[in-house]
Design a protein around this ligand. Structure first.
Ligand SMILES: [Zn+2]
Length: 362
C-alpha cells in the first residue's frame, strides 16, 4: 500500500518485519536486543531493534523511540517506518546521526498491553529505586475500585458506582491523576512503576551506553498515544523542573510544547519517565527530550481500557471470549485504525520530526 496508511501494521510481528525490511532497503544497520523474559502470543521473539543512520561518532544525535507503552507502538512504529521510507532522515543537520529505537517494550507491543512483562509501566520505572518511593494517597483510595474481583458482576458494578461518585466529587482531572500518576506499591494495580529497573529500562541504558557517548547534543522524541483530541499530537515536556531544557524544547518545537507541571497538558504530573532518564546515565550531551502524545478516544475510555486489561491479566483469561473483547478494547483505545486518524498523526509526526532535526542543527 502506498502512502502513510501502508506504514502502519496490525501486529508487533508485522510492524517488526516492516521496520527491518525498511532498514534494509535504506541501508541502515540494525542492532537487535532480545528480551529473554518471554515470547509473543505466536511464540515470536520479543526484540528491541535499533537502527542507526549516519556516522556513530557524529556530534549530534536525534533519537526516535516507539512502544515505551507497548500497545502505543502501533502508532510509533508506523511513524518510524514512514520517516525511513520517505527518507526524511536525509534532512538531518551536518555532523548528525539518527537512532530509531523500535519497540522499547516489545512484550507490551506483542501482547497489546501498555505495560511490560512485569505489569510495569516503563514510563514510571525510571525513578531512583534506592530511594523511598513517592506516596500516592489518592491511588490507595482508588486501587480496590480499579481491580475488582470480577469484570462482569456485582463487584464491578459497585466499583463503577464508587468511581462515578469520586469523579462527581473531585472532578475528572483528580481521578485521572489519582489513577495514572504512577504508584509503587501494588504490582497487581495500574500505572505500577515497579521495584527494580525492568529489562526495557536496563536495555535502554545499554543502548545509550553504545550510541550516546561523545555526543555534544541529543534530541529525544518518544512517541505515545492515548491522551488529547483525536489525531492531535501534543509535544509534552516531562523533564520538569529543568527549565533550561524546557525553554529549549519550546524553541525547537514551538509554544504548543506543554508540561504537566505547568498545568497546560492533557497528562497528569508523572515521574520516572524515559525522557527524564538521561540525567542518570553517563551522557554529557545537552539533552532536549519530549514525548509526542497523540489523542485517540476520551480519557475515561482510555483509563477504563487500561483497567480492563489489567483485570484480564490479574483475574481473567486473555484467551477467553471476554479476553478477546478486552484486547480489542485496549487496542482501540490506543490506536485508531482509521485512515483519517493515520493521515492526521502522520502529518503531525513529520512536522515534529522536522522541527526536531532543525532544532538539533541549532
Ligand atoms: Zn504512553
Amino acid at each position: 500500500m502506498r502512502g502513510p496508511i501502508g506504514y502502519f501494521s496490525s501486529s508487533y510481528v508485522e510492524a517488526r518485519q516492516k521496520f527491518l525490511d525498511t532498514c534494509t532497503s535504506v541501508g541502515a544497520p540494525v542492532t537487535h536486543y532480545l528480551n529473554p523474559n518471554g515470547v509473543g502470543p505466536h511464540n515470536e521473539d520479543l526484540v528491541t531493534d535499533v537502527a542507526c543512520i549516519g556516522p556513530s561518532n557524529a556530534e549530534l544525535l536525534y533519537i526516535v523511540a516507539s512502544a515505551t507503552h507497548g500497545v502505543e507502538g502501533f502508532l510509533g512504529s508506523g511513524c518510524q517506518v514512514g520517516f525511513l521510507r520517505e527518507r526524511l532522515f536525509e534532512e538531518r543537520p551536518r555532523n548528525s546521526s539518527i537512532l530509531f529505537v523500535h519497540a522499547m517494550n516489545p512484550f507490551g507491543f506483542a501482547h497489546v498491553r501498555r505495560v511490560n512483562e512485569d505489569n510495569v509501566d516503563l514510563n514510571r520505572n525510571f525513578v531512583n529505586h534506592t530511594e523511598p518511593y513517592p506516596i500516592k494517597a489518592e491511588y490507595e483510595l482508588v486501587h480496590p475500585l480499579l481491580v475488582p474481583e470480577e469484570w462482569d458482576g456485582p463487584s464491578r458494578a459497585s466499583a463503577d458506582g464508587k468511581i462515578s461518585s469520586l469523579i462527581e466529587t473531585h472532578g475528572l482531572a483528580w481521578y485521572q491523576s489519582a489513577v495514572s500518576s504512577g504508584q509503587y506499591l501494588h504490582s497487581d494495580g495500574v500505572f505500577y512503576g515497579g521495584q527494580v529497573p525492568v529489562w526495557s529500562n536496563q536495555n535502554w541504558r545499554k543502548i545509550l551506553a553504545k550510541f550516546a557517548p561523545g555526543r555534544l547534543r541529543i534530541g529525544f522524541l518518544d512517541l505515545h498515544t492515548g491522551l488529547g483530541p483525536y489525531g492531535y499530537g501534543e509535544p509534552m515536556f516531562l523533564s520538569w523542573p529543568d527549565m533550561i531544557q524546557y525553554e529549549r524544547a519550546r524553541q525547537w518545537y514551538g509554544d504548543d510544547v506543554t508540561a504537566p507541571e505547568a498545568g497546560d497538558s492533557t497528562s497528569a504530573a508523572v515521574q520516572g519517565v524515559v525522557a527524564a532518564s538521561f540525567k542518570d546515565v553517563d551522557v554529557n550531551a545537552e539533552i532536549t527530550a519530549i514525548a509526542l502524545e497523540f489523542g485517540t478516544v476520551p480519557v475515561l475510555e482510555v483509563l477504563d481500557a487500561v483497567r480492563a486489561d489489567n483485570w484480564l491479566y490479574v483475574h481473567g483469561n486473555p484467551l477467553s471470549s471476554m479476553g478477546k473483547t478486552i484486547k480489542r478494547q485496549i487496542r482501540d483505545a490506543f490506536y485508531c485504525d482509521e485512515d483519517d486518524w493515520k493521515h492526521l498523526v502522520w502529518d503531525r509526526s513529520v512536522d515534529i520530526f522536522r522541527k526536531g532535526l532543525s532544532g538539533l542543527g541549532g
